[in-house]
Design a protein around this ligand. Structure first.
Ligand SMILES: Cc1cc2nc3c(=O)[nH]c(=O)nc-3n(C[C@H](O)[C@H](O)[C@H](O)COP(=O)(O)O)c2cc1C
Length: 255
């Protein structure tokens, strides 16, 4: 295995950090790498907020489904899908006047633009994860940043077309975390298809969960589908995520 492949294979989420700061030079190296990520149309449709304020981290630890380790992470980066910057620049460049001359309203960013910007933001986030890993730092994504949009908008002064799509915590892993085994993944047969999509047959689901079943306790192993349906898909945090994202999407619908 070459060192890049080896790094990708050994990476795991780290939620417990040594009590030492991440030097600015290391943070800057991570950011420099993230900013080299591929980006749609070379437009960099994202922004990154370095959350250094301990009070803001403490708020995130609460608003992101009560995950206290967020407040303890020495480095926290918020990735925004961001069309606001380009929208402002289009207006500054005379896009409203141009549209008026052509007898139509100026185009505003819509849901499709948001998805493209999310692609940009998430690609940059994953580049940051791998760069951090190569520098000895562990990381953990926080999907719960999609919840409580009203509070997050206020906390970070987010304008209409800035969408907080991913939060990343970084820090030096504790010895215990370093030794923790990797989590398993589903076999590629169920994930990678050739040329066309293939729905899985009932017997394939059984094989797909073979490895996962060994990692679950007895109650989960009895019915992993129902367990995930209850614990994740219909859990309170999922309901809040759906509510919050619906609210955020309202901003991207044309007026
Ligand atoms: C989009 C996304 C959201 C996630 N949200 C959280 C989270 O809110 N809290 C958490 O502890 N881990 C979170 N994770 C980490 C996953 O739980 C983790 O990647 C998964 O269990 C596989 O483990 P591994 O990363 O150690 O291989 C998230 C990961 C992704 C990609």
């Amino acid at each position: 295995m070459n060192p890049t492949i080896e790094l990708i294979h050994r990476r795991k989420s780290i939620r417990d950090y040594e009590d030492r700061p991440v030097p600015d030079s290391v943070r800057d190296e991570i950011l420099r790498a993230a900013l080299r990520s591929p980006t749609a149309g070379n437009m960099m449709l994202y922004s990154i907020i370095h959350v250094s304020d301990p009070a803001a981290k403490a708020t995130l630890a609460r608003t992101c489904d009560n995950q206290p380790f967020i407040a303890r992470a020495p480095l926290v980066l918020l990735f925004l899908a961001d069309y606001q910057r380009w929208y402002d620049y289009f207006r500054l460049s005379g896009a409203e006047e141009l549209s008026a001359r052509r007898g139509r309203p100026m185009q505003t960013p819509e849901e499709g633009d948001l998805l493209l910007a999310c692609c940009d933001a998430l690609i940059a986030a994953q580049t940051a994860v791998l760069a951090a890993e190569s520098l000895g730092l562990g990381s953990c994504y926080i999907g719960d940043i999609l919840e409580n949009c009203e509070e997050h908008r206020r906390l970070f002064s987010l304008p209409r077309y800035a969408f907080p799509v991913s939060l990343l915590c970084f820090g030096y892993p504790t010895q215990e975390q370093r030794q923790r085994p990797l989590t398993s993944r589903f076999d590629r047969d169920y994930i990678v298809f050739e040329n066309r999509y293939r729905s899985l047959q009932p017997h394939e689901f059984q094989m797909m969960f073979h490895q996962a079943l060994q990692e679950m306790d007895a109650s989960g192993a009895r019915n992993p589908g129902l367990r995930m349906y209850q614990r994740k898909f219909t859990a309170e945090f999922s309901r809040e995520m759906r509510r919050s994202v619906k609210r955020m999407l309202e901003s991207w619908a044309p007026d």
